[in-house]
Design a binder for this molecule. Structure first.
Ligand SMILES: *Cc1c(COP(=O)(O)O)cnc(C)c1O
Length: 382
């Protein structure tokens, strides 16, 4: 018998924990109707124009995509007023995060710096790449300690990761603070790049004031990533992009698997970029729904963190069921939200903004769960 050995980084890996799927909850609880508010997907579903494009181009899927995805790259460069040579597209921004680490950091020697908690893909992919991740705790209110982040950067740090607005809290730092960090980083560590993950930036009320990409003033040590998974509603087609400094995009293209962005994803993306009606309806739905959910949860005495994204992080009321009990009770009612244990926050929950009907179903289920709770059932509480 042959012995199977894998690299120890893989053998010991805590892999990414995705949100539960609708199908698995339908099956487990014998429910016909299940709603998912766990993965920050678009509350309006998929753009009709993008659906049309996928149908129209379905018969071309036997072909390989054009190398380098030039039409999509150009469309994105035009949208963000940057040179096309600075843009790369990937199989989700996840692929680009992984590529940045692989292209810039040497296994066993270099490191990355990110916050704790943060989007777990940064530390997970760095571990897979054999690159150490140094984690800096967020402040108690979930804002960013940029001084501590900068202090942790050393001569071997090749990447610093930030998420703005942040996942899972929804916190968004002022743009000036991010610019200041970029400058301080350039002075302290010339070989290090700052990655600003703007996956949720277009849900912020003042994107123009908060976004580096929207400001057009991109520091030359800074990479911005964005995604088609949230406001553009294409999470299942897997498509993300980055605007990179200097000739970094060229190196990422060199290392990227040749056809990681498929023909149907590319056509859907080109169509949805033109679907202004869908985009604006999404923005309005998220803004209205975010307020409805925040007000509703607050009225139920939950603690809700201010969010600039399409989700809310919250804490159960002192007398209510705990986060785990609430999550399970919601599942039984056919509502999937996100427990934050895998982010190291076992007492916190995250709910994605849904459409108006989903938001109402969620709030009324929460009302039931909280008011029906028998306080004496909770151990250690008076
Ligand atoms: C959802 C999300 C993304 C998007 O990932 P894709 O691979 O593009 O689907 C990126 N960063 C953060 C922080 C996210 O929450």
């Amino acid at each position: 018998m042959s012995a199977l050995t894998v690299r120890q980084e893989i053998a010991n890996l805590d892999a990414y924990v995705p949100g539960l799927s609708i199908a698995e909850i339908q099956q487990k609880y014998h429910l016909s109707q299940v709603i998912k508010m766990a993965s920050n997907e678009n509350p309006l579903g998929m753009s009709p124009m993008a659906q049309e494009a996928v149908k129209r181009h379905a018969s071309e899927a036997f072909r390989y995509p054009q190398g380098g995805n030039p039409r999509l790259t150009l469309a994105l460069a035009t949208r963000h007023k940057v040179k096309a040579s600075r843009v790369i597209v990937g199989n989700g921004s996840d692929e680009l995060i992984d590529l940045l680490i692989r292209v810039l950091a040497e296994p066993g020697r270099h490191n990355i710096v990110c916050f704790d908690p943060c989007f777990s893909i940064y530390p997970i992919q760095s571990r897979i790449c054999g690159v150490k991740a140094h984690r800096i705790p967020l402040k108690e209110n979930f804002s960013f300690d940029f001084d501590a982040l900068l202090r942790r950067v050393d001569d071997n740090t090749r990447l610093v990761f930030l998420t703005t607005p942040d996942n899972p809290s929804g916190f968004c730092p002022p743009r000036e603070d991010v610019e200041k960090l970029a400058r301080a980083l350039a002075a302290k560590a010339p070989h290090c790049r700052l990655v600003v993950d703007e996956a949720y930036m277009d849900f912020a009320d003042n994107e123009e004031a908060l976004s580096l990409l929207a400001s057009g003033l991109l520091p030359d040590n800074t990479a911005i990533t964005r995604t088609f998974s949230k406001s553009f509603g294409l999470a299942g087609l897997r498509l993300g992009y980055a605007v990179l400094p200097g000739n970094l995009a060229g190196y990422l293209w060199r290392a990227r698997l040749p056809f990681s962005v498929n023909i149907l994803a590319e056509e859907a993306a080109l169509a949805v970029l033109n679907d202004v009606t869908f985009y604006e309806a999404t923005q309005q739905t998220v803004r209205d729904g975010r307020k409805t959910l925040a007000d509703g949860l607050t009225a139920l005495k939950c603690t809700v963190w201010p969010s600039a994204a399409n989700f809310l992080m919250f804490h159960m009321p002192e007398e209510g069921p705990d986060a785990r009990e609430c999550f399970e009770a919601l599942l039984q009612k056919g509502i999937i939200i996100r427990p934050l244990k895998s982010y190291g926050l076992p007492d916190h929950l995250r709910v994605s903004v849904g459409n108006a009907q989903e938001n109402q179903l969620f709030l009324s289920a929460m009302g039931d769960i909280i008011t029906r709770h028998e306080p004496s059932a909770r151990s250690g509480k008076a």
